[in-house]
Write a protein that binds this ligand. Structure first.
Ligand code: ADP
Ligand code: ADP
Length: 225
């Protein structure tokens, strides 16, 4: 059962008098416990696709299904709520707040959420990514790999269905990138999340369950290694 699905999605941008068709009828799906990696040349529509999957933008035509619900016509407020509860984000440049400690950064997205014990879960997640002894460190006291592990823990605080990773190893050396990919692979199973990643890092494909190649707004190839 797919947790996220794009159905015949077309996305057009208006730039001046010109219309750019960034996605030309894209079908996509990801299951819980699956890592799907999207690859393709620059300008091919990867970010646009990630924005659709992350409910950050809406299609011009076609449908988006989250957990078997059609969310295409949801209002901006409803989409924000779905993003908060259902989707975790990991970025190339970590996006941690510099004045907060590791555990505070992890807790932050759950500030509105009274149904979980935020602090305990934040501590537990940091332990699980090997940072149990770095809880009170600020980002400048952590290495790049450690900062990305904090970001991974943060992305999971609200028990999302989907984790979106935009070049998660892009700012890390090869060995550090590998440890992050190992963490993601383990957490994907433990937390039963779908991971959708965009990358230029070939080593990521070794950890991927499904590779989707997009060229010029069209899915060219779906490979299961
Ligand atoms: P990628 O992530 O693969 O580099 P993008 O999804 O960013 O590709 O872009 C796909 C196409 O859509 C490109 O031609 C890009 O110039 C265009 N595009 C993306 N965002 C916008 C926007 N906000 N306005 C106009 N054109 C855009
Ligand atoms: P790109 O890969 O095109 O350079 P980014 O990696 O900066 O873009 O961001 C990818 C997408 O995620 C963008 O559409 C952006 O609006 C969105 N985004 C950036 N920061 C956040 C955030 N903190 N929470 C949710 N979405 C974000």
């Amino acid at each position: 059962m797919s947790v996220i699905e794009l159905e015949d999605v077309i996305k057009r941008y208006q730039s001046g008098v010109e219309t750019v068709e960034a996605l030309k009828g894209v079908d996509f799906s990801a299951d819980r416990g699956e890592m799907v990696t999207v690859i393709g040349p620059s300008g091919s529509g990867k970010s646009t696709m990630l924005n659709m999957i992350g409910l950050l933008d809406t299609p011009t035509e076609g449908h988006v299904h989250l957990d078997a619900r059609d969310v295409t016509d949801f209002s901006e407020d409803e989409l924000t709520e779905e993003r908060r509860t259902g989707i975790g984000f990991v970025f190339q440049d970590f996006h941690l707040l510099p004045m907060l400690t590791a555990v505070e950064n992890v807790e932050l997205p759950s500030m509105w959420n009274t149904s979980v014990d935020r602090h305990d879960r934040a501590v537990e997640l940091l332990r699980r990514v090997g940072l149990g002894d770095r809880l009170d460190h600020t980002p400048d006291q952590l290495s790049g790999g450690q900062q990305q592990r904090v970001a991974v823990a943060r992305s999971l605080i609200n028990e999302p269905d989907i984790l979106l990773a935009d070049e998660p190893t892009g700012n890390l050396d090869q060995d550090t990138g590998q440890t992050i990919l190992e963490e993601l692979t383990r957490l994907k199973e433990d937390e039963n999340v779908a991971i959708v990643a965009v990358t230029h890092d070939d080593q990521m494909l070794d950890y991927t369950d499904t590779t989707v190649r997009i060229v010029d707004g069209v899915i060219q190839e779906v490979a299961q290694p």
